[in-house]
Design a protein around this ligand. Structure first.
Ligand SMILES: O=C(O)CCC(=O)C(=O)O
Ligand SMILES: [Fe+2]
Length: 344
């Protein structure tokens, strides 16, 4: 096997339908598996915010400062689109492995089927498979369903459009809650070479039923690099967020709610006011869980820095200005120390 094939194989998950026990490659040690530091039911709940209400700004600010995450309801995204998106995601993941390999994500590619991007950081593999897209998935969908790809594309494109609109509304609320009022004050990246549109990635995640969930990890602890991420975790629990002083807290699914994660970039541009949330996903014995994450960030080739209005003598600049591609490169080499590495 040459190096290229080896690297490529590392990106491809095992066929979970063929295993009846957790193989050694996927067995996490007792101190790093989810059973370490178990969840205790007395912990506070992640805030649920009705973004149609007048107090929403204040609640958003508080949630971003204290948790780095919250759930939103009353956001206007049709409930039927949630179930159609989950249905189409399940349709993709239930295809035979040979089919999914037809759309495998190449080692340096952004779209396609494969393991989660963070898997390279851990000695053990995770109990998950994923499919990523940016915009229309039509080229892949044609390969997967030569006669019947239109509905998958239509639903995924509609979901991305809805998530983009909702993201922009929530980002404006976040900045608004910090006292930024006009577009210029909210300019969160400095475009270079004419790149002025945000980049959006939709990641479908599948966590197959696991014979021994205590020893397996759905998705290991990480922060998202994005400005913010919108997550639909369907109706099966599995997402946990880390809260300082409390430990891991389960995020209970609420029908039609969307989880908002503050990403690394929001921590930078808010000059540390908002916290990028550490989160992970656990698996279970009985239900195949599917989630989807919509990551919203800047183009590769732009400069990012803390917003000027959030820096003053009482709030000195915490992070240096840098090109976004430089940050992503730092994050590629270290999963948890990237924000520290750019701290002034
Ligand atoms: O599946 C989940 O609940 C979490 C997904 C996630 O954190 C991610 O895709 O980055
Ligand atoms: Fe994440």
């Amino acid at each position: 096997m040459n190096t290229q094939t080896q690297t490529f194989n590392h990106l491809l998950p095992i066929d979970f339908t063929t295993v009846s026990t957790v193989p050694d490659s996927h067995a996490w040690s007792p101190t790093s598996s989810p059973s370490h530091l178990p969840i205790n039911d007395d912990k506070p709940l992640l805030p649920v915010i009705d973004i149609g209400k007048p107090d929403a700004y204040e609640l958003v600010r508080h949630a971003c400062e204290e948790w780095g995450a919250f759930q939103v309801i009353n956001h206007g995204v049709p409930l039927s689109l949630f179930s159609e998106t989950v249905f189409q995601a399940r349709r993709l993941f239930s295809l035979p492995m040979e089919k999914k390999h037809l759309v495998a994500r190449p080692p340096s590619g952004t779209a396609g089927y494969g393991s989660h991007r963070i898997s390279a950081f851990f000695p053990k593999l995770m109990w998950t498979e994923g499919y990523r897209m940016m915009g229309s998935p039509v080229e892949h969908a044609r390969k997967l369903w030569p006669q019947d790809h239109a509905k998958f594309c239509e639903v995924m494109e509609q979901w991305q459009a809805e998530m983009k609109t909702l993201t922009e509304r929530i980002v404006a609320m976040m900045f608004g809650s910090l006292g930024l009022t006009n577009e210029e004050e909210m300019q969160w990246f400095e475009s270079q070479n004419g790149c002025d549109q945000p980049l959006c990635v939709l990641q479908l995640n599948s966590y197959p039923v696991c014979p021994d969930p205590e020893r397996a990890m759905g998705l290991a602890p990480h922060t998202d690099s994005s400005l913010i991420t919108l997550l639909d975790q369907g109706n099966i629990s599995g997402l946990q967020v880390y809260k300082e002083g409390e430990g891991w807290v389960s995020v209970e699914p609420i029908e039609g709610a969307v989880v908002v994660n503050v990403g690394d970039l929001m921590q930078v541009v808010s000059n540390g006011r908002f916290k990028s949330v550490l989160h992970r996903a656990v698996v279970n014995k009985t239900h195949h869980r599917v989630s989807n994450a919509f990551f919203y960030g800047p183009p590769w080739d732009v400069k990012v820095s803390p917003l000027r209005k959030l820096v003053d003598s009482d709030h000195p600049q915490l992070y240096r200005s840098l090109m976004w591609k430089e940050y992503l490169q730092i994050k590629k080499n270290e999963i948890s120390g990237a924000l520290e590495a750019i701290r002034l």
